[in-house]
Write a protein that binds this ligand. Structure first.
Ligand SMILES: [Zn+2]
Ligand SMILES: [Zn+2]
Length: 257
């Protein structure tokens, strides 16, 4: 309680308003200072409209041509590279929820830029298995989806899809193994006749998880599925490191490489 004796009301108010930048530690009014925020790896190129893989100059990429995912389009706010990977891990595994406004604002901007010519009828988060949800205490995708859909005035359903099977970690698996790993993990109990559904997740690595989710939604009648992801891994090397791919069982206990 000594802070109340030693600090004037004005400086106490100022200290409540400011905090340390998560990345560089300088005083900041937000979770990141302006310099660190401006240096974040925002997506600057459109990439493949279907899976958001970079380098295809807004054309459908070779992977999507030869083996199309079940989702129809992808929007991502960031490249999943340093330091964004560390921030996502801090958000998810250390419950640094102070990062949520930064993340949801960035995703919102990307959606408004790319997608809003055809807004979805319904937004749902990629679900966690009940045990994982109980361990973590929150679904990182649901927190993002809640804020984004509220800002856009769209319907959001936390339980639009269920995870009925817990799956082993995806990290370290290639796309084919990931697809197999995640098969049968989701269930959608509602009828989605002809509706356009957006699925929110934090990180897309190979897209296997979101493709399986989209398959289930289309089986339930969805006409179109959009993937809205905070960050997109750019190559498989990123994906191998992506312990935050929505699947991991590896707890984050510090900086990982
Ligand atoms: Zn900073
Ligand atoms: Zn693609």
């Amino acid at each position: 309680m000594s802070i109340f004796r030693l600090t004037s009301p004005l400086s106490l108010f100022a200290s409540i308003l400011s905090q340390d930048c998560t990345l560089c530690g300088v005083r900041s009014r937000a979770s990141l200072c302006k310099d660190c925020h401006d240096d974040l790896p925002f997506r600057d190129a459109l990439g493949c409209p279907r899976c958001n893989a970079p380098g295809s100059d807004s054309q459908i990429c070779g992977a999507c041509l030869s083996d199309p995912p079940h989702f129809d389009e992808t929007t991502s706010a960031f490249r999943y590279v340093y330091p964004l990977d560390r921030l996502v891990q801090a958000y998810k595994f250390n419950a640094n929820l102070g990062l949520l406004p930064l993340f949801s604002d960035a995703l919102l901007r990307a959606i408004r830029t790319n997608n809003m010519h055809a807004p979805p009828d319904l937004v749902i988060p990629l679900p966690l298995a009940p045990r994982r949800l109980a361990e973590r205490g929150f679904n990182q995708a649901a927190l993002l989806g809640t804020r984004v859909s509220r800002e856009l005035g769209l319907n959001f359903e936390t339980r639009g899809m269920l995870r009925i099977r817990e799956t082993p970690p995806q990290a370290g698996l290639n796309r084919e193994a990931r697809l197999k790993n995640v098969r049968g993990a989701f269930e959608c109990v509602q009828r989605l006749h002809g509706r356009h559904v957006a699925v929110v997740d934090d990180v897309m690595t190979t897209g296997a998880t979101l493709s399986e989710a989209a398959k289930v939604l289309k089986k339930a009648g969805a006409a179109k599925v959009s993937a809205w992801v905070l960050a997109r891994a750019e190559k498989y090397g990123d994906a191998v490191d992506a312990v935050g791919a929505g699947w991991e069982t590896v707890p984050f206990d510090g900086v990982q490489n």
